[in-house]
Design a protein around this ligand. Structure first.
Ligand SMILES: Nc1ncnc2c1ncn2[C@@H]1O[C@H](COP(=O)(O)OP(=O)(O)O)[C@@H](O)[C@H]1O
Ligand SMILES: N[C@@H](CCC(=O)OP(=O)(O)O)C(=O)O
Length: 367
């Protein structure tokens, strides 16, 4: 299998603040992606720009703010965006395919598998998948809000070798360079800490949405899923290949982790936890560093309403989320045995199907 590269291009790189697509930019990026294919990679594009491409055409003076107006603009703009890409890729002898996804698609493992199989087949046939959020059906709280998160979920799903997030800034700086003249670029990031988050601000232009903050969120999801990330700028011919080869103008996020199976991707990033289990320091250590399952003895408190088989979030004594897992107890059952050593659990509940509160195989660390 050829290595897979996911490239995300933001609205700010494809459109002007007055609205409308910058055809020269679309042509340039299509050429850069074509050169990655020629270099032996399978390429997937996650592209924004539907709203920005469509709002002028539909008659709005500036980028709309109301959800229904954004959705209408996206419906017009997505067709324009796709036509532009198809023509541009055709100029390099390449066929492209439109894929529109929502967060709910990733909340279902079945739909994730279906999307994954379609993408596999497109790549096998030499087609470039061009992916955007399905703005028409995404309602406010379900929207990715920006395509950064979507690109990270896609990169994990296809087990990409690298995720390249292209934007109008040449990387992550210690502060937003538009506001702070002495901001310095961070070239390499080994771990995404609270300090890194505090450096990142919101969107820099009237067409972009997520800003650096959502790009860091995306980098966190991708690196957790075993995919290293580049956030930066690609402006001249050959820049995309340079970015891939660690010679780009931007910030690199490393990962030490191996790629995750789809079940764990779902568990960690798109499942909906129904409760919280608060654990003591010993259990935290066992889960994070010992490679162990969670036993009732380490549970301090239980919140929410859940049944065996549901997803729950696990928090430490400082109320920080440390991971998620599939719980083997109903909430009332667990309330009855929390803090108890194994012998007492069995004495109280009789033979239990599974003694572990969360089995190691059904756990993902998120700290
Ligand atoms: N610490 C930072 N380093 C670099 N850029 C930052 C930082 N904080 C905020 N930004 C802003 O993030 C913007 C890029 O995000 P955004 O406007 O959403 O672009 P896109 O449309 O490419 O997703 C930059 O133009 C910049 O002004
Ligand atoms: N799905 C939307 C994405 C919105 C957006 O602006 O995202 P981004 O430019 O990636 O911050 C669109 O195509 O307009």
């Amino acid at each position: 299998m050829r290595p897979r590269i996911v490239v995300k291009i933001g609205s700010s790189s494809l459109t002007s603040s007055e609205g409308g697509l910058n055809m020269e930019a679309v042509g340039f990026y299509a050429g850069e992606l074509a050169s990655l294919r020629s270099a032996g990679y399978d390429v997937l594009l996650v592209t924004s720009g539907a709203v920005a491409a469509g709002f002028r055409k539909i008659g709005y003076a500036s980028r709309p703010r109301q959800l229904h107006e954004k959705q209408a603009a996206a419906a017009v703009g997505q067709a324009l965006l796709m036509r532009a890409y198809q023509n541009a890729f055709a100029g390099h002898g390449l066929t492209s395919a439109q894929i529109l996804l929502t967060r709910t698609d990733f909340a279902s493992r079945k739909r994730m598998n279906n999307a994954s199989m379609t993408i596999d087949e497109l790549l096998k046939q030499g087609v470039i998948p061009v992916i955007n959020e399905n703005d028409t059906v995404s309602i406010d709280e379900l929207k990715f809000g920006d395509n950064d998160t979507l690109s990270a979920l896609v990169a994990n799903l296809v087990r990409a070798q690298q995720l390249l997030i292209l934007t109008d800034m040449d990387g992550l700086y210690t502060a937003d360079p538009r506001k702070s003249a002495d901001a310095k670029r961070l070239d390499e990031i080994e771990e995404i800490t609270a300090e890194i988050y505090s450096a990142a601000g919101g969107a820099g232009s009237s067409v972009g949405t997520g800003g650096m903050r959502s790009k860091i969120d995306a980098a966190k999801i991708a690196t957790r899923g075993g995919v290293p990330v580049f956030i930066g700028q690609v402006k001249e011919e050959g820049d995309l290949l340079k970015a891939l080869e660690h010679r780009g103008k931007g910030t690199y996020f490393a990962t030490q982790l191996a790629s995750l199976p789809v079940k764990k991707q779902w568990l960690g990033f798109t499942s909906s936890p129904l409760g919280q289990i608060i654990v003591d320091a010993g259990a935290e250590k066992a889960l994070l560093h010992g490679g162990h399952s969670l036993l009732p003895v380490g549970v301090k408190r239980v919140e929410g309403h859940f049944h065996a088989g549901d997803v729950v979030e696990v928090r430490n004594a400082h109320d920080e989320c440390i991971g998620r897992g599939i719980v083997n107890y109903d909430e009332e059952q667990l309330q009855a045995v929390l803090g108890l050593p194994t012998g007492e659990v069995v004495a109280k509940l009789g033979e239990v199907h599974r003694l572990e509160v969360i089995h190691r195989d059904e756990w993902i660390t998120l700290k």
